[in-house]
Design a protein around this ligand. Structure first.
Ligand code: LLP
Length: 431
């Protein structure tokens, strides 16, 4: 099995967190997202324990909740003592509704409108990640009007190639995010931030991309960001209290993907950070990281019911399911690879190779091609693994398909965390 929370029980059924998925499917129906709470907590702790070990006190993670945002996840993060990264007012609202202390949240976005800025300040968001000059000036004015001194990072683009898909790379110079070092604009942005009354610069932020398997881009990014910080210190005397190195560690979706050792990655980043701080006489800042995928992806699965199984002689077998791109658009969007199994036949050999097709009226609605699977028949329960990140959060109502429910399992118990959408929900804004 790809991850430790997955298993097969004595009935030959697929389990997550020790819970029989066929029982969950009977109880909650399909399609269904299932998350293992203990795995999420374990992933958080892999970060926090390594960060406590290698970085100065006060270093921590901000869970990037774009990976999966719903009230229950903010409760878990709150209990784990983890901060959160929010990237829209919708996420701000969700976190606040869950009772999350927003002073422990930061707000991202390459285009925060004046209304967004004001609402986020009023909601009490602790830190802004300022993306551009325009945003910095707007924040200064609005924070002044709201009578607050708003803590902020500036987002810097270090110009890193992290060898992931273009669509999910962010640290390159030519990006909609952040302000580049190489053009001199980052220095100007920092100098301006230091002049302001209503914005308090607390440090720098960068993020190179997502689903990154190599450690070297992080080491390079650390070197560039700290050299930048040292240069600014030399010129202005300003030393950052925080350095936010972003998220992006890769996750194992298939047997062909490597397993990332979070602690070892952090140790290597820390080694470089300490070397550079020493070299430039820069006081070691508190380090922040923003993992999303590596906190929730492997803790999640999706359960579907198999419908039509169609074999086209000489071509391929389509196994159609009662979900698809509406709950998991990642194959359609990025060609992302997944593994699947028949949860009710989990101990049988995977001796067929199939295309898993969704039920939308669109040929590109596939979960994957050439997927190894037990022999499928109508009524089987199909599980797609590692769907905890960027599935529910990217789901849609295309074809007016309702979003699935999401269930959390924890130490053998299950609880509903997001209700299944109804057809009334789908029409609720129609006039
Ligand atoms: N911080 C910032 C500023 C980000 O832009 C992101 C992801 C993260 C943290 C979290 O990265 P993670 O640890 O999750 O890799 N929808 C795409 C992924 C887009 C990621 C966008 N930014 C996908 O399904 O692969």
């Amino acid at each position: 099995m790809l991850h430790s929370c997955y298993g097969i029980n004595e009935k030959g059924h697929f389990t997550i967190g020790g819970v029989d998925t066929t029982v969950l499917a009977n109880k909650y129906k399909t399609p269904l997202f299932v998350l293992d709470e203990q795995k999420i907590r374990e992933n958080c702790r892999a970060y926090t324990s390594a960060m406590n070990k290698y970085f100065v006190d006060g270093s921590t993670i901000h869970y990037a909740s774009k990976a999966l945002s719903f009230k229950g996840i903010y409760k878990i993060m709150s209990e784990e003592g983890v901060n959160v990264d929010l990237c829209s007012l919708g996420e701000v609202y969700t976190a606040k509704s869950a009772g999350f202390d927003l002073s422990r949240a930061c707000l991202h976005g390459n285009n925060k409108t004046d209304d967004n800025i004001r609402e986020a300040i009023r909601a009490g968001v602790g830190e802004f990640v300022v993306d551009s000059f325009e945003e910095l000036e707007a924040l200064e004015i609005i924070a002044g009007e709201e009578n607050v001194v708003q803590k902020a990072f500036v987002r810097i683009t270090p110009n890193i190639d992290c060898h992931t898909l273009k669509a999910i790379s962010t640290g390159q110079l030519d990006s909609k995010f952040g302000t580049p070092i190489e053009t001199g604009q980052a220095e100007k942005l920092v100098r301006r931030a230091l002049e302001l009354k209503n914005v308090k610069l607390i440090g720098y932020h960068c993020h190179c991309g997502s689903q990154v398997f190599e450690t070297q881009p992080y080491v390079n990014q650390t070197e560039i960001m700290f050299a930048f910080a040292a240069d600014i210190m030399k010129k202005t005397g300003y030393a950052p209290e925080y350095m936010n190195l972003g998220g992006g560690f890769g996750v194992r979706y298939t047997e062909n993907d490597p397993q990332i050792d979070i602690g070892e990655n952090i140790r290597l980043i820390a080694e470089k950070e300490k070397e550079i701080c020493k070299k430039y006489n820069l006081p070691e800042p508190k380090i922040l990281m923003e993992p999303g995928r590596s906190i929730v992806a492997n803790a999640g699965i999706t359960l579907y019911t198999v419908g039509t199984v169609k074999h086209i002689e000489g071509y391929r077998t389509y196994v159609s399911i009662n979900g698809g791109m509406t709950d998991n658009p990642r194959y359609a969007l990025y060609g992302s690879k997944y593994e699947a199994l028949l949860a009710n036949k989990a101990s049988l050999p995977k001796d067929t190779s199939v295309t898993i097709a969704g039920c939308c009226c669109e040929s590109g609605d596939l979960i994957g091609e050439n997927i190894k699977l037990q022999k499928a028949e109508r009524g089987d329960l199909l599980a797609v693994t590692v769907t905890g990140a960027y599935n529910y959060s990217m789901s849609s109502n295309y074809n007016r398909v309702p979003r699935p429910a999401l269930v959390i399992v924890n130490n053998g118990k299950d609880r509903l965390a997001i209700r299944r959408e109804s057809y009334e929900d789908i029409c609720r804004n129609d006039i």
